[in-house]
Design a binder for this molecule. Structure first.
Ligand code: NAD
Ligand code: TDX
Length: 335
């Protein structure tokens, strides 16, 4: 039986990936997750115990990581501090988990000769002008803007160096903005949906013109599975589904689906250093590996996501209060 260690498998994308792999393969999975504020064991609690096991622990814990990796065939590394706004408030956990944690995993896969797939983000490339005809490719120079994206860029560079210097068998992927079920309510789309469900107004940063390249989380999972099956060792694959939209457009669609006037939201102060636009060119993934997204209909995906949050209040209600308290403190600090 093929055994995969999924770090960060109790987080948004990790939990969806675990579900995807159970549906689309016969592997068994160990999830290693610290269960930070962003991890939720309820995202995995309905899964079969003979195929998924959760180990609560830290990827920066070298002896634990060493022991776990020695008994697995592949590591898929999602665990990270993942929220830009938090990285502006306190970057220290981002350095520890995203950089030091990745280093410990790399040392263990090097020792045990285990295949590694590193999950990263398009934010490592910085941002684009709204009218730039170029999109990010695997050769775009790194130019991260926030403490979060700088630590993700650092972790990517560590992986590349371990491939070149120590010959580990690793692939990397840099994906655009994901949406779907099980996403923490701090992130843009679930924050706005749950604000409406709580009777609060959605919050739009700046002028709402910032563009993100949205992809449904299940398409991210299928792309990672394709890279695990057919990716070339040492390669970086960019994952995206041609889903560019500005934040105002996304918010207006949410309001429309939820039956509210499209101006029923608050404009609030901008995020410091806010990246203007991300856009992915995923041609190599499509043409060389034959991957295609299946959830390209954004409004259908948004409708399902809204329905999921409406039906799973228990999953998000306690984090909602903490998250909005944090946002309120942050706004007071920024003034
Ligand atoms: P998330 O914050 O929802 O989940 C992160 C998970 O990692 C949580 O379960 C958390 O408990 C766990 N974790 C954090 N620190 C840990 C540690 N030290 N040891 C073990 N576990 C730890 O994040 P997400 O949105 O699911 O993102 C997953 C990965 O995908 C990240 O590497 C992120 O950079 C990358 N990514 C995210 C997006 C996106 O749109 N969300 C896009 C591209 C890439
Ligand atoms: O309340 C909000 N209002 C708002 O206008 C929030 C939370 C966000 N925004 C804006 C900021 C961004 O332009 O929405 C956009 C999306 O914001 P986030 O959900 O915070 O995502 P982003 O900063 O784009 O980063 C995401 O995509 C890349 C993930 O959080 C990262 O983990 C991933 O690497």
């Amino acid at each position: 039986m093929y055994k995969i260690l999924v770090t960060g498998g109790a987080g948004f994308i990790g939990a969806n990936f675990v579900r995807h792999m159970l549906r689309h393969s016969d592997c068994t999975i160990t999830v290693l997750d610290k269960l930070t504020y962003a991890g939720n064991k309820d995202s995995l609690s309905d899964l079969p115990a003979n195929r998924v096991k959760l180990i609560v622990g830290d990827i920066a814990d070298a002896p634990l990581v060493n022991r776990l990796i020695s008994t697995h065939d592949t590591v898929v590394h999602f665990a990270a501090e993942s929220h830009n706004d938090n990285s502006l408030r306190d970057p220290s956990a981002f350095v520890r988990t995203n950089v030091v944690g990745t280093f410990e995993l790399l040392e263990a896969v090097r020792k045990h000769g285990v295949r590694f797939h590193h999950i990263s983000t398009d934010e490592v490339y910085g941002d684009l002008e709204l009218d730039d005809p170029q999109r990010f490719t695997e050769t775009t120079p790194y130019q991260p803007s926030s403490p979060y994206s700088a630590t993700k860029a650092s972790s990517d560079l560590l992986v590349r160096a371990w491939v070149r210097s120590f010959g580990i068998t690793a692939t990397l992927s840099n994906c655009s903005n994901n949406y779907g079920p099980y996403q923490h309510v701090e992130k843009f789309i679930p924050r706005q949906i749950t604000n409406v469900l709580c009777g609060a107004k959605p919050k739009l940063y700046g002028n709402g013109m910032n563009v993100r390249d949205w992809i449904h989380v299940n398409d991210h999972s299928s792309a990672v599975q394709r890279i695990l099956d057919a990716g070339q060792p040492g390669r970086t694959y960019l994952i995206g589904a041609d889903g560019e939209q500005n934040n105002l457009q996304v918010l207006q669609q949410i309001l429309e689906i939820m039956g509210l006037p499209t101006d029923e939201f608050d404009w609030i102060g901008d995020r410091p250093g806010h990246d203007l636009r991300y856009a992915i060119d995923a041609t190599p993934l499509r043409e060389e590996l034959g991957w295609n997204p299946e959830h390209g209909d954004f409004s259908a995906g948004l409708e399902h996501t809204i329905a999921w949050y409406s039906e799973h209040r228990q999953w998000w209600e306690s984090s909602k209060i903490l998250t909005e308290n944090h946002y309120a403190q942050q706004q007071m600090i920024q003034g």
